[in-house]
Design a binder for this molecule. Structure first.
Ligand code: BJW
Ligand code: ZN
Length: 272
C-alpha cells in the first residue's frame, strides 16, 4: 500500500526543525535553472544524440573525438554558468544547520561543481567531475579548467551542428602531461557500466545510514546505484521529501513529502 504524500510546507518545516542529520540527494534538475541541460526528457539531446549515449566507455572507444566534443561543450556551458537559487538555498542551509550542531550533507550525481561554487562544503560527487581528467594510460587524475581543453577543440562541440564534422585526430585530443606519458585523457566521470569509486560509495552509504531526513532534488531516480538511495532511507522509516517539476514514479510511493515545481523556488521556501 502506498503512503499518503504530504505537500504541506508547514508540516515539512516541523520535521526539518527536529532533524539533526539531513542528507540531500541531487540530480541534473538542481542545475536546470542555471541553464545546464538535464539528461532525460526533451532537453536531454546533444545534436541528434541522446546525452546518455555519449556517457559510455563504448562511445569513447568508438569515437573519442565525438565524445570529447560533447564534454568540451558541457565544460564550457558549466564554466559560463552560475549557481542558482536552489544551490544557494542548500549552501545557506548547510551554514545555518551546521552552526547549530546539526549535520547537513549533499550527495550529488552532478558533475558540474555548482554546489561547491555556491558555497556548500559537505558535498559528495558520486559521478565525478567535468573539471577533472583521467589518463587512460597512467590513470593520473587531475583538475583541469583549461578553456578550450586543447587547441583542436576550440569552437567545437556546438549542440546545433547536425552534419558530422571531421573527426579530430586522436593525437590532437587532450593528452596527458605527466612526464613523457602523452596518454589519451578522458573526463574523470562515471559512465554507464563503470563502477563508482569504492571509497565514495562507502561514504554515501554511511551518510545514508545516519540521516534522519532525506531530500531528493531534481533527479529522475532511474540511475543506479543512486536510484536505490532514497528507498534504502525510507525502508528505515526516515522521511523522504522530493523536490521535482514532475512526478517521479520510481520513488513516489515511498515519499513522505512531495513539492512540485522548479526547485529554485520550492527549496528556498522549504529550507527558510
Ligand atoms: C527539475 C527541474 C527543476 C528538471 N527543479 N526538478 C540495477 C538495476 C538496473 C541497472 C543497473 C543496476 N545497477 C547498475 C545498473 C546499470 C546502470 C543503470 O543504472 N542503468 C539504468 C539507467 C537502468 N548503472 C551504472 O552503470 C552505474 N554503475 C554501476 O552501478 O556499476 C556497477 C554495475 C554496472 C553494470 C551493471 C550492474 C552493476 C554507473 C552510472 C553512471 C551514470 N553516469 C551518468 C553520466 C555521468 C557523467 C556525465 O555527466 O556525463 O550520470 S548518466 C546520467 O544519469 C548522469 C546523471 O548523474 C545520471 C542521473 O540523471 P539525473 O540527475 O537523474 O538527471 P535526469 O535528466 O534523468 O533527471 C532530471 C530530473 O530533474 C527530472 O526528474 C526532471 O523532472 C527534474 N527537473 N528541471 C526540479 N528546475
Ligand atoms: Zn598519463
Amino acid at each position: 500500500m502506498s503512503r499518503k504524500v504530504c505537500t504541506d510546507l508547514k508540516a515539512f518545516h516541523d520535521i526539518l526543525q527536529k532533524s539533526t542529520n539531513i542528507v540531500v540527494l541531487t540530480g541534473a534538475g538542481v542545475s536546470a535553472e542555471s541553464g545546464i541541460p538535464t539528461f532525460r526528457g526533451s532537453g536531454g539531446f546533444w545534436r541528434t544524440y541522446q546525452a546518455t549515449d555519449m556517457a559510455t566507455p563504448g562511445a569513447f572507444k568508438r569515437d573519442p573525438s565525438l565524445v570529447w566534443e560533447f564534454y568540451h561543450y558541457r565544460r564550457e556551458v558549466v564554466m559560463a554558468a552560475s549557481p542558482n537559487m536552489a544551490h544557494n538555498a542548500l549552501a545557506e542551509a548547510e551554514r545555518k544547520l551546521t552552526s547549530e550542531g546539526r549535520k547537513f550533507n549533499i550527495i550529488t550525481q552532478n558533475v558540474d561543481g555548482l554546489h561547491v561554487r555556491a558555497g556548500s562544503h559537505n558535498v559528495l560527487e558520486i559521478h565525478g567531475s567535468l573539471m577533472k581528467t583521467r589518463c587512460v594510460k597512467c590513470r593520473d587524475v587531475r583538475d583541469n579548467h583549461d578553456s578550450p581543453i586543447c587547441p583542436a577543440l576550440k569552437d567545437r562541440g556546438s549542440p546545433k551542428v547536425e552534419a558530422p564534422l571531421p573527426r579530430i585526430p586522436v593525437e590532437e585530443l587532450p593528452r596527458c602531461k605527466v612526464n613523457a606519458c602523452n596518454g589519451l585523457l578522458r573526463p574523470h566521470v562515471v559512465w554507464f557500466g563503470e563502477g563508482l569509486d569504492g571509497a565514495v560509495l562507502k561514504k554515501a552509504a554511511s551518510l545514508l545510514e545516519a540521516c534522519d531526513l532525506c531530500l531528493v532534488v531534481g533527479t529522475s531516480s532511474v540511475v543506479y546505484p543512486a536510484a536505490a538511495f532514497a528507498p534504502s532511507v525510507a525502508e528505515r522509516g526516515v522521511p523522504v521529501a522530493e523536490f521535482n517539476v514532475d512526478d517521479t514514479p520510481t520513488i513516489h510511493d515511498l515519499l513522505s513529502f512531495y513539492f512540485q515545481g522548479p526547485c529554485g523556488t520550492t527549496l528556498p521556501q522549504a529550507l527558510a
